[in-house]
Design a protein around this ligand. Structure first.
Ligand code: MG
Length: 194
């Protein structure tokens, strides 16, 4: 029996532009041109696709959980137009410096905490060693490494600054560093075929 495998995807800076910081309006949400094709390719390869996104803007009173859901509705629609399916979305509204209860706490769901990973594992029971985490921030890499996933840092979003300016301070190193999500998918194809 083939065990299920998964790709965890960060959202902002990994599948969509992250120019203005917090994205709280569907009009401000724009996928990268390659994201639909990249995710559709992973669908065809048999990967479950999970979005794992920190959305501390809720705790910080910048937007509400309902705003995140509107953004995600647009994300799903735009991806479906390219034949790409997201199997589940996990978001963390928490931040300890926030002001909105009950989200103003240090919570395991906030990456690099493993709360969202544990929820996905419990619900889908995939093979961790065959699974990946792709993201543009150090928190994504830390999350993936602590979870036992193969980690891929993309240089879109915050990735370029993170990698070139801050990586000497990193305790956890990404397994791979690639240009963008499409390059990450090609890398996963290569890993599977080698
Ligand atoms: Mg990001």
């Amino acid at each position: 029996m083939e065990f299920k495998k998964a790709v965890f995807l960060d959202r902002d800076g990994t599948i969509n532009f992250d120019e203005n910081g917090y994205i709280n309006n569907p009009d401000d949400f724009q996928l990268f041109s390659f994201s639909g094709e990249a995710i559709a390719t992973l669908n065809k390869m048999g990967y479950l696709i999970f979005i794992v996104t920190n959305q501390s803007g809720v705790a910080r009173n910048l937007y509400k959980v309902e705003d995140i859901e509107l953004v995600h509705r647009k994300m799903i629609k735009n991806l479906e137009e390219k034949g790409a399916i997201i199997n589940d979305i996990f978001f963390s509204p928490y931040h300890k410096k926030g002001e909105v209860e009950p989200y103003n706490v240090d919570h395991e769901d906030r990456k690099p905490g493993l709360g969202m990973f544990k929820k996905a594992l419990k619900k889908y029971n995939f093979n961790i060693r065959k699974s990946f985490m792709i993201g543009d921030r150090y928190a994504d890499i830390t999350f993936g490494k602590k979870a036992g996933l193969t980690t891929i840092l993309v240089l879109t979003g915050n990735g370029e600054i993170a990698f070139y300016k801050k990586r000497k301070d990193w305790e956890y190193k990404p397994d791979f560093v690639v240009k963008n999500l499409m390059s990450a998918v090609k890398l996963i194809q290569w890993i599977e075929n080698k």
